[in-house]
Design a protein around this ligand. Structure first.
Ligand code: 1HE
Length: 274
């Protein structure tokens, strides 16, 4: 099967281009956002968390999926520890809330997000990856929560998101013993959905983003915003919310067009790709 031609990624212009700690490019409906602080292993400084937040609040209107990756040998070394010293308790709680706002903009934004992971995915880097909807890992990726060793605690949403991916017991182990998971262990534990060969992560992430970009925006909304809330509800409430969301989604004009296309033999069948 031949795939549709795609335009090459081009650097974005305007506000997104002014974010100096990110390298942002776009091809068709896919935006690629690369953490671009390789000399500091993409450690997340106050400036970088602010830029991630700004980027996700200002996605171009034609973007329908985002890929997040890291420049250099590592995805992200987590919190910039050089900024942690001498922060008073009030500043510290506001700092953590700032990360929550930024990563909520990733998870609960308008479009789905894939992260492409290699090298260190640690501390706040793992929290960023956990706020994405899909994680692709290369064999070099490894996952750690060195907060336990640094005398601190996760503050970027890790205690909420990471146990929901891998379970509380595994996260407890990582934090108390410093256990590091390699890419295969990360996949087995539920952190990673796709394990690919070294150097193939970005292509896989972009391919997945292109698929997601082709979905109905209402389906993307339902999966991103309704599904995680339904999971937190009681079964009775969850089933009720599901019925409402299902009715909303199936009533959109786009759903009607897609259903008609299938019934008239013009839409793809469900196939297992090799
Ligand atoms: C940093 C950071 C950082 C590197 N903050 N500067 N995160 C950590 O505890 C992870 C700390 N970093 C590491 O364990 C290693 O740097 C890596 C395994 C990620 C990479 O090792 P390597 O040998 O490739 O690089 P490097 O030589 O250790 O670091 C290169 C430079 O990046 C060096 O600076 P330079 O000026 O001496 O060149 C490092 O100091 C700097 N660097 N990581 C600041 N994290 C919202 S709460 C979240 C809480 C957390 O995320 S805690 C986990 C913090």
């Amino acid at each position: 099967m031949t795939s549709a031609p795609t335009t090459p990624f081009q650097p974005t212009t305007g506000l997104l281009a002014s974010l100096d700690l990110l390298q942002v490019s776009q091809a068709d409906a896919v935006l690629h956002l690369r953490l671009n602080r390789p000399a500091k292993r993409n450690a997340i400084s106050d400036a970088l968390i602010g830029q991630i937040h700004t980027a996700f609040l200002n996605l171009p209107a034609d973007v329908r999926a985002v890929v997040v990756s890291g420049a250099g040998d590592h995805f992200c070394a987590g919190l910039d520890l050089s900024e942690l010293v001498e922060r008073d308790i009030h500043a510290a709680v506001l700092h953590s809330r700032g990360w929550h706002a930024a990563f909520d903009a990733v998870q609960y934004g308008r479009v789905p997000v894939v992260s492409v992971l290699h090298g260190a995915v640690v501390g706040g880097g793992l929290e960023l990856a956990a706020s994405c909807h899909i994680r692709v890992a290369e064999p070099s990726a490894y996952f750690g929560l060195p907060e336990g060793q640094r005398g601190i605690f996760v503050g970027g949403g890790g205690s909420v998101r990471i146990p929901r991916l891998m379970g509380t017991a595994r996260m407890t182990d990582m934090m108390l013993t410093g256990r590091v998971f390699d890419a295969q262990e990360g996949e087995r534990a539920g952190l990673v959905q796709y394990l690919v060969n070294e150097g193939e992560g970005l292509a896989k992430g972009i391919a997945l983003a292109r698929k997601m970009a082709g979905n109905s925006p209402m389906t993307a909304f339902a999966v991103m915003h309704a599904l995680p809330r339904i999971v937190e509800q009681s079964p009775a409430e969850g089933l009720f919310t599901e019925s409402l969301m299902a009715a909303v989604a199936s009533s959109t004009p786009e759903a009607q067009v897609r259903l008609k296309a299938f019934l008239e033999g013009r839409a793809g069948k469900v196939v297992k790709e090799s």
